[in-house]
Write a protein that binds this ligand. Structure first.
Ligand code: V47
Length: 389
C-alpha cells in the first residue's frame, strides 16, 4: 500500500516506520493466554489487527505474552533505539472555557490561581538555563476566552527569539480549533499564520477518548473526536507533524480504547503525519473524578503494548515518564515504547492532578534509564532526527 506519508517530503525518514508492520518473529510458546495466540498468528503472517484482536490484547492478563508481541513490533520499527529529547514545557495559560472533569489544571477567568503569561514572560522562562541546549519547546495552554488571536503568533515569535535552536511544538488540535473560532478563520488559515510565526509541529493533547459517550460525560464543551482528527489531518496536509494521545484510566471501556486506536490508525492511513502516540495515564487528584483509583502498572503496560501493536502505522510510541514514573517508563521500553519524551524542566498538568514524579530529569538520567534497560539512547529533535553533540 502506498501511504500518503510518502507524499510529505519531510516524512521521508519516517516512511518505513509509517508502513504497517512486516511479518513478526513470534514464538507462540511464550504466550500463556490462548486469546493472544490468535493475535500472535496474525502478527507472524503480517496481517493487520482488528477490533477483536485489540480487545484480546487490551483485556489480557498475560503481561509477559503481551510484552513479547509488542517487543517484536518495537524491534521491527525501531530496533533497540530509545529516543529522548532535551525539551522544556511552557504552559502559557490555565484559563479555560471547557472545564473538563478530568483536568486539575484549568481555572475560571479571574479565579484564584488563574494565570496567563505575556509572550515576554513565556520567553523569559524559555531563556532560563542558557547553558542547557534545548531541541524542543513544548507549548500547551488552554482554551482561554480572554485572549485575542494575535496573542498566539506573538507568543511563538517571542519563544523563537528566546530559543532560536529549539523547534516550537505548540498548541493541541483543540487549541487550534479554539483559535479558529476566536479569529473567525478556518483551521488552515490559522495554521498558516502560526507557521509563519515559527510553529514547527503540534503536540497530541486534547484527544482524550474519542467515544461520544465519554466526551458527553467528561468534556461536553470540547470539540468532538471527529473534529480533533480533522484538525490533525489538516495540519498533516500542510506538512506539519503532530502527535496523538489517549487519556485512559477513568470511565472508558476496553472497547472504547481500542476504537480510539483504530480511529487514529485510520487517520494515519489517510494523512500520515502522526509521529508518536502517547498514552496518558489518568491522575485523579484535584479533579471532579478524584474518587477514582489511579491506573495500575499492569494496565499502563497493557495500554503501551496494545498501542504498539494496533498502531502499526505509527513510527513511535512514547512512554511519558511524567505520568508513568521514570521506573515504569523504563520498563515500558520492553513493552513496545521507544521514546521517553524528555527533560521537561517544568510540568503542571499532571502535577496539579497529584503526580509525585520529579518536575524534570537531566539528560544523564534519561540516558542511564535507557542504557540500564538494554536499549541504545538516541537524542532526538522534535521530528525524531538523531541529534549529535
Ligand atoms: O490534553 C489532562 C491530559 C494532556 C489529566 O504530544 C491529563 O509529545 C492525566 O498531551 N491526568 C496534556 N492526563 C499532556 C499531553 C502531552 C504530554 C507529553 C507529550 C505530549 C506530546 C503530549 O494531558 C491533556 C489531557 O489529555 N490530561 N488532565 C489528568 N488529570
Amino acid at each position: 500500500m502506498q501511504s500518503s506519508a510518502a507524499k510529505l517530503s519531510h516524512h521521508d525518514s519516517h516512511f518505513d516506520l509509517a508502513q504497517p508492520l512486516p511479518p513478526l518473529e513470534i514464538d507462540l510458546g511464550l504466550l500463556d493466554d490462548r486469546a493472544l495466540i490468535t493475535v500472535g498468528r496474525k502478527l507472524a503472517q503480517g496481517q493487520r489487527l482488528d477490533l477483536e484482536d485489540g480487545l484480546r490484547l487490551m483485556t489480557s492478563r498475560d503481561l509477559s505474552g503481551l510484552g513479547h508481541l509488542a517487543h517484536q513490533a518495537r524491534l521491527a520499527k525501531n530496533g533497540l533505539r530509545a529516543y529522548y529529547v532535551r525539551n522544556r514545557h511552557i504552559n502559557y495559560s490555565n484559563v479555560c472555557a471547557n472545564g473538563c472533569a478530568f483536568c486539575a489544571f484549568w481555572r475560571e477567568p479571574g479565579q484564584k490561581g488563574a494565570q496567563t503569561m505575556t509572550p515576554a514572560q513565556a520567553a523569559a522562562l524559555a531563556a532560563q538555563n542558557p547553558d542547557m541546549p534545548l531541541e524542543e519547546l513544548h507549548v500547551v495552554g488552554a482554551c482561554n476566552p480572554g485572549l485575542d488571536f494575535s496573542y498566539y503568533p506573538d507568543l511563538l515569535r517571542a519563544l523563537g527569539q528566546a530559543r532560536p535552536q529549539a523547534a516550537l511544538k505548540a498548541f493541541t488540535a483543540v487549541e487550534i480549533d479554539h483559535m479558529a473560532q476566536v479569529a473567525g478563520l478556518d483551521v488552515c488559515q490559522v495554521l498558516d499564520i502560526l507557521r509563519q510565526a515559527g510553529l514547527k509541529a503540534m503536540p497530541g493533547g486534547g484527544a482524550e477518548v474519542f467515544a461520544p459517550r465519554v466526551r458527553r460525560a467528561l468534556c461536553p464543551s470540547k470539540p468532538s473526536g471527529a473534529r480533533w482528527l480533522e484538525v490533525s489531518g489538516l495540519a498533516h496536509q500542510m506538512g506539519l507533524q503532530t502527535n496523538a494521545t489517549m487519556l485512559y484510566g477513568h470511565i472508558e471501556t476496553a472497547q472504547e480504547r481500542v476504537e480510539h486506536l483504530l480511529a487514529l490508525r485510520e487517520q494515519q492511513d489517510k494523512t500520515g503525519g502522526f509521529s508518536a502516540f502517547i498514552p496518558l495515564a489518568f491522575h485523579p487528584a484535584n479533579t471532579k473524578l478524584a474518587h477514582l483509583a489511579p491506573t495500575t502498572a499492569l494496565d499502563d503496560l497493557r495500554v503501551i503494548a496494545t498501542s504498539r501493536l494496533m498502531l502499526d502505522n505509527f513510527p513511535h510510541i512514547k512512554a511519558y515518564w511524567v505520568m508513568l514514573s521514570p521506573k515504569l517508563a523504563q520498563v515500558a521500553l520492553g513493552y513496545g515504547a521507544d521514546d521517553l519524551d524528555g527533560t521537561i524542566v517544568e510540568e503542571r498538568i499532571t502535577h496539579e492532578a497529584g503526580a509525585n514524579t520529579a518536575v524534570g530529569l537531566t539528560e544523564a538520567e534519561l540516558r542511564q534509564m535507557i542504557e540500564a534497560a538494554g536499549c541504545a539512547p538516541v537524542r532526538r529533535d522534535a521530528f525524531y532526527n538523531a541529534v549529535e553533540d
